[in-house]
Design a protein around this ligand. Structure first.
Ligand SMILES: [Zn+2]
Length: 439
């Protein structure tokens, strides 16, 4: 396929804006620049469109999408105990599949081609199957929780052995599937996991060279609870248990002290920044401009729908850039850096930089096509400012993952994500789930 007439933002560091064409063969980009059509090419004229790498959301929870607008006005620990855990515990196959389809519909319609998701403690195989069917690129993990308390609903917490066995089975079944799916060992957070579980996650993921994805240092009350249990900070404990390293990504990292920031850097662990959720749950502002200046990898994510309540990459990257102006001063985070966070930065944070995150020969053809000729986006020609500060999803025209258009000229082309049937399915699934939930 030859895509003609594009303004190309490759997101390769130091690169200029290119005017030219892209050649796609199979799932990959095989040409970037001024290209001659070859007889076998299917030529698609996209004159006037701007293309950039598809957005990558480093931290979401597909299984929570059905609970949007149902966990309002609570700080983190109450948000989990009163709403999210009871709702997750009530999931069955039907509700998990619908929740995953709702999430992916929103992600893809916002230009997101890749995500990393922490699921719940049961049924992650159904979510994997929905991602496999829909065609997005995803890193998924079954949430590990082996520490119960009176605040945990029945059925959510599994034994240490069950938790590990389920993760190992899912990793064996899905890692590398379709060339698009990956597994991440996903301890929910320190307070949900025994030390034994966490040590074994460290060992098993290290042996198999697999990813670890967890939450850390999100809210002051959680940091305080960790200090009560261990007498130390989140990242000190994670480091002692062997969970930090170049294959680890940590959602939030809002309240790190100087020693913890050094640990991030020295272990090569990545941060997944979720600015809207941090604001909505009153958690604070992660100093991501500082993290990047220190050479720490940072990606971006919307987190779960009940905490945000959107799953929109453009919203998050704008929010991220705005907050850093407040925290570190005007000019501390440019429009281009915000876009970098949602593309190349997130790819690096997830260890996917060899697969996606930039437009280069050899990378996967994961692309988002925008029409930025709307005068309401300003007439100054800079596409970075138009995208980061002004555009919304109405300016997105097409989205491609692994060489397939999943959205083309505004039309969603994924058979499993048809909005009309999805609305009815979601209504029924939520009604049934609420009948089961002990809220
Ligand atoms: Zn989360």
């Amino acid at each position: 396929m030859l895509l003609r007439g594009l303004q190309i933002l490759t997101m390769v560091p130091g690169s200029e804006i290119l005017d030219g064409d892209l050649r796609i063969e199979g799932t990959r980009i095989t040409g970037v620049g001024h290209l001659e059509a070859e007889p076998a090419d299917r030529v698609v004229d996209l004159s006037g469109y701007t293309v950039l790498p598809g957005f990558i959301q480093g931290h979401v929870h597909l299984c929570q999408t059905l609970f949007r607008n149902m966990a309002e006005d609570l700080p983190l620990l109450q948000w989990l105990e009163r709403r999210i855990w009871p709702l997750e515990a009530a999931h069955d196959e039907e509700s998990l599949r619908v929740s995953a389809r709702l999430a992916m519909t929103e992600l893809i319609r916002g230009g997101c081609t890749t995500f990393q998701s922490m699921e719940t403690t049961r049924g992650t195989e159904f979510v994997f199957d929905e991602v496999h069917r829909a065609g997005l690129r995803g890193v998924l993990g079954h949430a590990l929780m082996d520490l119960g308390s009176t605040n945990h609903p029945d059925g959510l917490v599994l034994s240490t052995r069950q938790s590990l066995d389920r993760s190992a089975r899912l990793a064996a079944d899905w890692e590398g599937r379709d060339g698009r799916l990956h597994y991440a060992w996903s301890p929910r957070f320190l307070l949900s996991c025994s030390d034994d579980l966490l040590r074994q996650v460290s060992q098993q993921s290290r042996t198999a060279k697999q990813r670890i994805h967890t939450h850390a240092s999100e809210h002051a009350s959680e940091v305080e609870a960790v200090r009560e249990r261990y007498g130390r900070t989140d990242l000190e404990v994670l480091a002692d248990l062997g969970l930090l390293g170049p294959r680890t990504s940590l959602a939030h990292c809002v309240h790190l002290d100087e020693d913890e920031k050094r640990l991030l850097k020295s272990t090569g662990s990545a941060v997944l920044h979720c600015p809207s959720t941090n604001l909505k749950l009153g958690s604070g502002i992660a100093p991501v401009a500082e993290y990047r200046r220190r050479g720490i990898r940072v990606g971006l994510g919307a987190d779960g729908a009940p905490a945000n309540n959107r799953l929109c990459a453009l919203t998050e990257l704008r929010q991220a850039a705005l907050l850093q102006q407040l925290l570190a001063g005007p000019g501390s985070f440019s429009a281009r850096e915000a876009l970098d966070l949602a593309t190349r930065g997130s790819a690096e944070a997830l260890g996917l930089q060899g697969e996606c995150g930039t437009i280069e020969v050899g990378k996967a053809a994961d692309l988002a096509f925008f029409d930025l000729r709307d005068p309401l986006l300003g007439t100054h020609p800079s596409p970075y400012e138009k995208l980061a500060w002004c555009a919304d999803r109405s300016h997105l025209r097409s989205v491609m993952v692994a060489g397939q258009f999943l959205v083309e000229e505004g039309r969603l082309k994924v058979p499993s994500l048809q909005v009309e049937s999805l609305a009815k399915d979601a209504e029924r699934a939520l009604r049934n789930l609420l009948a089961r939930a002990s809220l």
